[in-house]
Design a binder for this molecule. Structure first.
Ligand SMILES: Cc1cc2nc3c(=O)[nH]c(=O)nc-3n(C[C@H](O)[C@H](O)[C@H](O)COP(=O)(O)OP(=O)(O)OC[C@H]3O[C@@H](n4cnc5c(N)ncnc54)[C@H](O)[C@@H]3O)c2cc1C
Length: 433
């Protein structure tokens, strides 16, 4: 077994809690266990927490990567009962109470799984091999490099069809990520491409948003779906509903109606599945790849293993019989509630069942446009956009992140002269150099 080897930590007379994943749910658990009678080991394959709701802004060169990420070591530095190890968890041994990682095994008394979710290609390996995805900083930087490289390459192309293909950007999935990406790409056409790549005709850049459903933002009220669609169309985004992408070979997309589209870039935002780990057998729901948990976030069939956030499938909350939405507030609330329950259990008191408080939903569609709904209240436009900015800035994990994001946005919206467009690490396509 791998030892933590930090004397002050090892000698604490407390049970060991391992938290796997320092996203919204896991980090909330760690922060709330700070100073409590537990030894906490946070394990994550990354060395930083990532604020995923703003990933699309990194991908579209509005924000720098470090303004939406925060190193775990900085967060836990003041926490005497918390240590961090960067490692990828490969499996769980519930009988031996061990977590296996690519760097060794760690023993636990209590295990909290908060591994989040990953992109779901619904078994289409060919699309997975070629499409771009947006779940991490590295992937956001790939998208950013890719479209900047396409712009640069377009300048060398005399052939109109080849140039159009290079400047054709297809986004699959009309949920908040797809809608926000499409809106931001439309802004890029209007600003960066038009003013900084003057030799290229900016109308040759086309943005397509494809969804198999009958409206964008399906999780929102139809009124807000219609509003978002109208905003996108006003910005020149082509929306195709009721269409399904069947294949993509890095050059051409084929749709279920037999039509094709020539493009080098397909961004896949059509679904997620749990980022599961091996070892918990039947507790894993095959379809969603989430771990089934009871009302106390305890993994089905286990005594000391809990799951929170996107990876947890809780069907006991009567308002959410098919599980909670995979969003940040659900992960945070479950993390908060689990720590309360762990403290109740330690004090010999009964745990309390979790219920999710839905604060509402919002999505932004370019400059000055957003849609918001809070219970029966639904609105769009500038007020919604300002609300979106306020909520996102206040939710960032550190004060430095908040200041950086605010300054970047203020400069960008006043001048449109932001400069976060360095191709630092060129994106190399896996099968098409
Ligand atoms: C592009 C995008 C936009 C989004 N926009 C919004 C939004 O506007 N509003 C909203 O509420 N939600 C949004 N979400 C969803 C929200 O980000 C998730 O619901 C939330 O991050 C879930 O939190 P979590 O703690 O469960 O997992 P995550 O925050 O995903 O964290 C999981 C952590 O586990 C680590 N990990 C995973 N597997 C392993 C392993 N095997 N070993 C070690 N570490 C591992 C990961 O590195 C990561 O740090 C968005 C998501 C994306 C991708």
């Amino acid at each position: 077994m791998t030892s933590i080897a930090r004397a002050a930590f090892d000698s604490l007379p407390y049970p060991t809690v391992i938290v796997v994943g320092g996203g919204f749910g896991g980090l909330e658990v760690v922060q709330r266990l700070n100073g409590k009678p537990f030894k906490v080991l946070l394990i994550d394959k990354q060395n930083h927490h990532c604020f995923q709701p703003l990933l699309y802004q990194v991908a579209t060169a509005s924000l720098s990567a470090d303004s939406i990420a925060h190193p775990f070591r900085r967060t836990i530095a003041p926490m005497d009962n918390v240590v961090f190890r960067m490692a990828s968890v490969t499996g769980i041994d519930p009988a031996g109470k061990h977590v296996h990682t690519d760097r060794g095994s760690f023993g636990y008394d209590i295990l909290v799984l908060a591994t989040g979710s990953t992109t779901n290609f619904f078994g289409n390996a060919a699309i997975e091999a070629e499409a771009m995805q947006l779940k991490s900083i590295a992937q956001a930087l790939d998208i950013r490099s890719d479209f900047l490289q396409d712009f640069e390459a377009a300048l060398y192309s005399d052939d109109e069809a080849a140039q159009r293909k290079q400047l054709n950007f297809v986004i699959v999935g009309g949920g908040p990520t797809g809608v926000e990406l499409a809106g931001a790409m439309a802004e890029i056409r209007k600003t960066i491409l038009k003013h900084e790549y003057r030799e290229v005709l900016s109308e040759r850049m086309q943005i397509h948003l494809i969804d198999s459903g009958d409206r964008v933002l399906k999780s929102f009220h139809p009124e807000n779906s219609a509003r978002a669609k109208r905003y996108l169309e006003e910005m020149g985004v082509h929306i195709r509903l009721g269409a399904r992408v069947m294949s993509f070979d890095g050059e051409r997309i084929a749709l279920n109606d037999g039509s094709t589209m020539d493009t080098n870039t397909l961004m896949w935002a059509a679904g997620v599945k749990g980022s599961s780990v091996k070892g918990l057998g039947a507790a894993l729901d095959e379809r969603s790849q989430r771990f089934k948990v009871d009302a106390f976030n305890r993994v089905e069939g286990q005594r000391d293993i809990y799951a929170v956030g996107d990876i947890a499938l809780m069907t006991t909350d009567t308002a959410w019989p098919t599980g909670h939405p995979q969003v940040a507030p659900a992960a945070i609330q479950q993390g908060q509630h689990l720590v309360k329950n762990l403290l109740f259990a330690k004090a010999g008191e009964e745990m309390k069942p979790f219920t999710y408080f839905d604060k509402g939903s919002m999505a932004t569609i370019g400059r000055f446009k957003a849609v918001v709904e809070v219970r029966s209240l639904r609105f769009g436009g500038l007020i919604a956009w300002l609300g979106w900015i306020f909520v996102h800035v206040m939710s960032l994990v550190s004060f430095r992140n908040r200041i950086m994001v605010l300054m970047n946005w203020a400069w960008k919206f006043m001048s449109w002269k932001n400069t976060i467009r360095l191709i630092i690490r060129p994106y190399v396509r896996r099968t098409h150099p």
